[in-house]
Design a protein around this ligand. Structure first.
Ligand code: DGT
Ligand code: CA
Ligand code: CA
Ligand code: ZN
Length: 612
């Protein structure tokens, strides 16, 4: 007998994640306890990131154990995998109107406000909220002021105008998928991402792919019929453009074999960079386009018969202009042409230069994985050190640690390190372990409180290996007070790094209003590192700001701020922003050996004393 169920497509991990996020949102609006709603959002994240197709694993009867996914949620995945439905979800959806969930997207509107709005004004969706705010009706509700009404209106406006460029993680994921799909098309010998993605800009508008193939027709055919294609914008003999469902536009260009050099230069951009190259070419009697260098006469017209010079590699194309290869991250016309002409391009930091990571969390505060899981993952990546920096006491929302818990945690770290040391002697440590061995260093992400005091006393702070300080509260204080708070941390003998200094979110929250020149000067004077946080939602410091910081004499630390083991990949994004900032290895604290790092930390008091 044919099984009707068998034809049902399995839910992808992304689809499962969306369902659990929605459950979390609905529970929030219903007023469930925070820890319960957070559990659903966390599980949704874990499911979305999970490397194995979960529906299939559950259907085949071997569900994996996923950190952050407890029995109750596991049962729900099983039900979804088996039937494609979830009774619990259906019940909630019947109870909580979909429009109400949409209200949560408005900055500053939380579940409690949504409930009040729904109950007192009968607001059911975004349009209803906008109308009520414009009509001045929100201020009539108990608990909402005229100010709150204005801020909700501004929030709705920001939703409408928010640019939706891709974050690094989204772009990486799509590129990986495209390269996997298209790489298997017969005839394809090469696929190269270009455009802003290759330059590693912090957000990416559309994706640009260059290809070499012996069968252009087959490649264009597959490209325009990929499963995720929503619209085909155009398809020709050697190029095509598509829009992916709910995603970006992707441009595909097919290069003639052996002529990639100028194609790569042109489609990597930036436009500003290639305009400079064209001017140099023109001065020498050549017109530069993606097709190559075309000989021109004094009037700029192509000579006859046409003379076209093409090159298989970018290095050769640059060399034709007597320039060294210029790294894609530098190609923004921010001085790289001048430096290339002068032979003074920087030796950019790369991932392999990093010996460790100074900022990460565990499930003791707001992370997902255990201390041991995080340490093992860092060790397997070849780090010589990973600093565990769970949040401190006053950041209750992130389960900041009390001093008692800090002492307990220190013992856990010591015990793990004893095992790592034994395994290095036994020869049972993972093969990636560096010569200096691996140690988990004990640190914290120390909250800088609103009044510019630090969250722990000197006695407790002095016992950490490394302290990373940051501020999460009182963000709207005036510039003077915010700057005073950051300076207080910089001047503390115990603080080694200022984490995500601008407190901004990519395409989201604004920067903190800080006196940057003062901060850079004090950080340089005291030898306090400034972080380039690699989370693609943060990327803080930005490339431009980091470049100013290094010019002012500051050290940087390139950190993952990982809250789960998969987030160690943030380090790659921190590195790419550092490269865009022209950063060389010597300016990065975590290119140092563990001994050098700890020596530098220990010397902070001396530095403070020496400089008064
Ligand atoms: P995006 O997509 O907004 O993040 O930025 P890009 O840089 O990827 O820009 P896109 O996709 O419009 O074009 C990809 C590359 O193609 C760009 O970096 C340089 C080249 N290109 C595009 N339009 C022009 C142009 O009008 N003039 C020149 N010289 N190059 C262009
Ligand atoms: Ca692009
Ligand atoms: Ca494009
Ligand atoms: Zn953190």
């Amino acid at each position: 007998m044919p099984d009707a169920e068998a034809d049902r497509p399995l839910l992808s991990n992304a689809a499962l994640a969306a369902i659990f996020h929605e459950i979390g949102d609905m529970l929030e609006v219903k007023g469930e306890l925070v820890f319960k709603t957070v559990a659903y959002h966390r599980a949704a994240d874990a499911i979305g990131h999970y490397p194995v197709e979960l529906s299939r694993a559950y259907e085949e009867g071997n569900p994996p154990k996923i950190a952050g996914v407890g029995q109750a949620i596991s049962d729900k995945i099983a039900e979804l995998a088996r039937t494609g439905h979830l009774a619990f979800y259906d019940r909630l959806a019947a109870e909580v109107p979909a429009g109400l969930i949409g209200l949560l997207r408005v900055p500053g509107v939380g579940p409690k406000t949504v409930r009040i709005l729904s109950e007192s004004l009968g607001i059911a969706d975004l349009d209803g909220l906008r109308a009520a705010a414009q009509g001045g009706r929100l201020r009539t509700v108990k608990g909402l002021s005229e100010k709150a009404e204005a801020s909700i209106l501004a929030g709705i406006a920001s939703l409408d105008t928010r640019p939706d460029r891709l974050l690094m993680g989204e772009a990486d994921e799509i590129i990986e998928g495209l390269v996997a799909e298209l790489g298997s098309v017969p005839g394809v010998t090469r696929l190269e991402p270009a455009g802003s993605y290759r330059r590693r800009r912090e957000t990416i508008g559309d994706l640009d792919l260059l290809a070499e193939t012996t069968d252009a027709g087959a490649l264009v055919e597959r490209f325009t019929t990929l499963p995720g294609v929503e619209r085909v914008l155009g398809a020709g003999g050697h190029k095509a453009a598509i829009v992916l469902a709910g995603g970006p536009q992707v441009d595909l260009m097919i290069m003639p074999p052996g002529e990639a050099g100028t194609y790569m230069v042109h489609f990597t951009g930036s436009t500003d960079h290639t305009i400079r190259l064209r001017a140099i070419a023109r001065d020498r009697g050549w017109s530069l386009s993606e097709k190559g260098f075309l000989r021109i006469d004094e009037d700029g017209a192509a000579v006859s018969p046409a003379e076209l010079r093409t090159f298989p590699t970018e290095t050769e194309a640059y060399a034709f202009l007597d320039l060294p290869f210029i790294e894609p991250e530098l190609r923004e016309d921010r001085g790289e042409i001048e430096a290339a002409l002068a032979g003074s391009l920087p030796r950019l930091v790369n991932r392999a230069d990093l010996r460790g990571d100074l900022h990460s969390h565990s499930d003791w505060s707001d992370g997902v994985h255990s201390i041991e899981q995080m340490a093992e993952a860092a060790r397997a990546r070849g780090h010589a050190y990973q600093v565990l920096t769970d949040h401190t006491r006053s950041l209750a929302i992130a389960r900041g640690l009390t001093p008692d818990r800090v002492r307990l945690q220190r013992a856990v770290v010591a015990e793990l390190n004893a095992r790592f040391a034994r395994e290095e002697v036994d020869g049972t440590a993972p093969p990636a372990t560096p010569a200096e061995g691996f140690r988990l260093l004990h640190g914290c992400e120390l909250e800088i409180r609103s009044d510019a005091t630090l969250d722990y006393d000197d006695e407790l702070l002095s016992q950490y290996d490394v302290v990373v300080a940051s501020l999460h509260v009182g963000r709207s204080q005036p510039r003077e007070q915010l700057t005073r708070r950051v300076l207080a941390a910089i001047r503390s003998p115990h603080v080694d790094v200022i984490a995500h200094p601008a407190g901004r979110k990519v395409q989201g929250r604004d920067d903190l209003d800080l006196d940057w020149d003062l901060i850079f000067a004090e950080a340089a004077r005291t030898g306090t590192a400034l972080e380039m946080n690699g989370s693609d939602h943060r990327l803080d410091l930005t490339d431009q700001r980091a470049r100013r910081a290094v010019a002012a004499g500051c050290l940087l630390s390139l950190d993952s701020d990982a809250h789960r083991i998969e987030e160690f990949r943030h380090l790659e994004w921190a590195v790419s922003q550092a490269r865009r900032a022209w950063v060389e290895p010597a300016a990065v604290l975590n290119t140092r050996t563990r001994a050098d790092l700890l020596g530098w930390v220990a010397a902070k008091s001396d530095r403070l004393a020496a400089h008064g």
